[in-house]
Design a protein around this ligand. Structure first.
Ligand code: NAD
Length: 478
């Protein structure tokens, strides 16, 4: 799938090229540009784990891109393709992403070179705990310095093991739970974190579709209702994004691309049913209600309104960019479009909602989880019932007036039910995420439309975030 040609830059070079395009339009102090661009440090660890009667050696990385704010933050990925270049590129994107959505973190990322499907749960626990031990003893997992999260190949389960491993090594740290985010709810997690990145993609698209001028740039109109969507990767991010768009916004998911090929049906594919099939069979082949093609990448080139690459980097590159027909691409994955492909697509007028914004829902809700862990209280616990009591006062008063007027009008029972319900943690998380995605979009959009020398959202996103990182450095006297 990852068929990058030889002339294509690496992932990290791609990120740097996009960064350079933006800083060329800025007036940064000499040297500051380089200070922001370079990755501060990358730690490589090789450790052995006793498995299956022998010792297996694993290679892992934790890269810290920028410490202009601490802790630094970024996911841990489990995949065979993990390497230093990739981890550094992802760490850099984290710096820019956190700045753009105003999450008070520097950028980091981790990875372990492993195919998680080849190990059972107990083996994965041993490997994860050992990796966490190696990172924690060097402060590369620490509530105040470096806070990992899930990424490709990892989820709540791995985060719970990491949190527990850190707690065992730091028995008196009252904030131990804040050492990692994306934990299960019963281990200090937060409602709405699992689906947060996919939810963020949905909120980003909703915000895009609120602006006539922006839709016009992609040659689109109307709402998300009826829009044809192709998604690559039905994992955490792709599944939730596609599911919410289908169930809540009326989008038609016409194509789903997975490791073992793609499903296509112009009438739409039931995302929930495909996900259940994928979990049961390990692939999408054989799913009854759509045509299957083994050459999955070709489905990215089908006619559609919105393309959502949500699997891995570099999938839209110089070898296929010319054939991508979608007028709007939202980068749910990190780095799915190479710098070369980005040039080609921009040249053709394709609108790209960039990764650093599009998939920032995950880190945004991770930020809420970290704050929850540090404050040791669930969001909404103090105010929910008080809010309900105040709303009840209003409803009672309205009903009293209605009675006095001989019931000339009455309250709609659904309004009453909705209005009386105080916001719990999930509602507050969704509200905070929606607000974050809307505000960040506004900040990019102002630059996109407001500057003659900026004609794409990615450059706009870089300008906004680099400016924020530069201000932090300036405030530190650098
Ligand atoms: P995941 O492991 O849950 O899902 C990835 C999916 O992609 C899997 O279903 C896998 O089978 C599929 N896939 C793998 N290789 C493929 C290929 N060659 N073609 C088609 N499908 C393929 O991972 P995820 O957490 O959903 O992450 C996906 C992307 O989103 C990554 O780029 C990640 O960095 C980014 N991201 C994730 C989060 C998060 O909160 N999980 C946050 C921000 C960004």
């Amino acid at each position: 799938m990852n068929t990058m040609t030889r002339t294509e830059p690496s992932f990290r070079e791609s990120v740097d090229l996009m960064f350079n395009r933006a800083v060329a339009l800025m007036d940064l102090a000499p040297g500051l540009e380089e200070k922001i661009r370079v990755c501060n440090a990358t730690y490589t660890v090789r450790f052995g784990v006793r498995l299956r009667g022998g010792i297996q050696t694993f290679t892992g990385y934790r890269s810290v891109h920028s410490e202009h704010m601490e802790p630094v933050k970024g996911g841990i990925r489990y995949a065979m393709g993990v390497n230093q270049d990739e981890v550094e590129a992802l760490a850099a994107l984290m710096t820019y992403k956190c700045a753009l959505v105003e999450a008070p973190f520097g950028g980091s990322k981790g990875g372990l070179r492993i195919d998680p499907l080849q190990y059972d749960e107990h083996e994965l626990e041993l490997i994860t705990r050992r990796f966490a031990y190696e990172l924690a003893k060097r402060d590369l997992i620490d509530p105040a310095q470096n806070v990992p999260a899930p990424d490709m190949g990892t989820g709540e389960r791995e985060m719970a093991w990491i949190a527990d491993q850190y707690a065992r090594m730091n028995t008196t740290d009252i904030n131990a739970r804040a050492c990692v985010t994306g934990k299960p709810l019963n281990a200090g997690g937060i409602a709405g974190r699992v689906e947060a990145t996919g939810r963020g993609v949905q909120y980003a698209l909703r915000e895009f579709f609120r602006h006539e001028e922006d839709k016009a740039k992609a040659g689109l109109s109307g709402t998300l209702d009826g829009k044809r969507v192709i998604v690559q990767g039905l994992g955490n991010v792709g599944y939730h994004a596609a599911k919410f768009l289908q169930e809540e916004d009326g989008a038609i998911i016409t194509g789903i691309i997975e490791r073992d090929g793609a499903l296509f049906n112009p009438k739409g594919i039931d995302v929930e049913a495909v996900r259940a099939w994928l979990v049961r069979h390990g692939g999408v082949a054989g799913f009854p209600d759509a045509a299957h093609t083994a050459e999955g990448g070709a489905v990215m080139e089908e006619d559609c309104d919105i393309l959502i690459p949500a699997a891995l980097e570099g999938v839209i590159n110089l070898s296929n960019a010319e054939r991508i027909k979608a007028p709007l691409i939202i980068e749910a994955a990190n780095g799915p479009i190479t710098a070369g492909a980005d040039d080609v697509l921009r040249g053709r007028g394709t609108v790209i909602i960039p990764d650093m914004y599009a998939n920032a829902g995950g880190v945004t809700v991770s930020y809420f989880e970290w704050v929850k862990n540090l404050s040791h209280i669930r969001f909404g616990r103090m105010q929910r019932r008080q809010e309900e009591a105040r709303h009840e006062l209003v409803v009672n008063e309205l009903e009293r007036i209605s009675d006095a007027l001989g019931k000339a009008w009455t309250l709609d029972p659904t309004f009453k039910e909705k209005y009386l319900r105080g916001a719990g943690e999930l509602e507050l998380v969704r509200s905070g995420l929606d607000d974050t995605m809307r505000s960040a979009y506004q900040s990019m959009r102002e630059v996109w439309h407001g500057r003659d020398d900026v004609d794409d959202l990615r450059t706009a996103a870089y300008l906004v975030s680099i400016d924020k990182v530069a201000s932090s450095y300036r405030a530190k006297g650098l």
